[in-house]
Write a protein that binds this ligand. Structure first.
Ligand code: NAP
Length: 251
């Protein structure tokens, strides 16, 4: 089990107050990591769960639709825990509308959170990891729409396809520095992100019918992949998208 042990590591997880980010923070803490949670909403339950596991927890209030918080996320993490070993870029949003009615705001807001801030936060953390000289792990939360077009979510599909590109581009640059940049591509999970989809009876039924596992994912299904890609077990894994999708892509 030692290859998966994260004892003594510091992990930044964005959007860790709920859904997949919360499950990822808890899984990393279970494997031994201290957690820095970054987001707009106070991560009360996540703090409780991480501290109950005996790990240290720090939360940074930040709106990731702007570049403003990037510098202080790195500075505060270093100040509290002395360095950064793992970054999980999980915060993300979705806007649903027909392409012909899609607004500039629906485009910009999604691209800013899912792609622009994600890239520049990763750049800032990558600089710090290079300076530290002990490598690091970056895990981007991609999507089935890193491979597919989806329905009525063009900016989301563009952002998640772009995130797949950034994952590979940064892996190419940083692999030789001992920094692993990879992504998890979740299938269809029951979280706030999919509330509208699950409320639409036709779409919900069609989606379920295509999932070989026969059920939607639950946040707990994502933790193992996050621990793996954050650990030394993944030291030779670079630029990959690991689908955690109940078999959706294989269908
Ligand atoms: P979620 O419950 O809606 O969580 C999204 C998280 O992102 C929340 O913590 C949210 O914080 C945070 N966030 C959004 N905008 C932010 C901003 N401007 N600044 C800071 N934090 C912000 O949905 P989820 O499913 O867990 O989503 C997590 C990631 O998984 C996203 O990147 C999503 O695209 C991806 N994903 C989800 C699915 C799925 O089926 N659920 C599938 C594929 C990929 P607030 O509470 O403050 O809004």
């Amino acid at each position: 089990m030692s290859a998966f042990d994260l004892t003594g590591k510091t992990a930044i997880v964005t959007g860790a107050n709920t859904g997949l980010g919360q499950a990822i923070a808890e899984a990393l803490a279970t494997a031994g990591a201290d957690i820095v949670a970054v987001g707009r909403t106070p991560p009360v339950d996540t703090r409780f769960a991480v501290e109950a596991l005996g790990r240290r927890f720090h939360d940074i209030s930040a709106d990731l639709s702007t570049m403003e918080p990037i510098g202080r996320i790195v500075a505060e993490t270093v100040q509290h825990f002395g360095g950064i070993d793992i970054l999980v870029n999980n915060a993300g949003i979705i806007r649903r509308n027909d392409a012909v009615d899609f607004t500039e705001d629906d485009w910009d807001t999604v691209m800013d959170v899912n792609l622009k801030t994600t890239f520049f936060l990763t750049q800032a953390v990558g600089r710090r990891m290079i300076e530290q000289g002990r490598g690091g792990k970056i895990v981007n939360i991609a999507s089935m729409l890193s491979y597919q077009g989806g329905i009525r979510v063009p900016s989301y599909a563009a952002s998640k396809s772009g995130l797949a590109g950034i994952t590979k581009a940064l892996a190419n640059e940083w692999a030789a520095k001992g920094i692993n940049v990879n992504a998890i591509a979740p299938g269809y999970f029951s979280t706030n992100n999919t509330t509208a989809l699950r409320a639409d009876e036709d779409r919900s039924r069609d989606i379920l019918a295509r999932i070989p596992a026969g059920r939607w994912g639950t946040p707990a299904d994502i933790g193992g992949a996050a621990v793996f890609l954050s650990s030394s077990a993944a030291d030779y894994v670079h630029g990959t998208l690991l689908a955690v999708d109940g078999g959706w892509l294989g269908r």
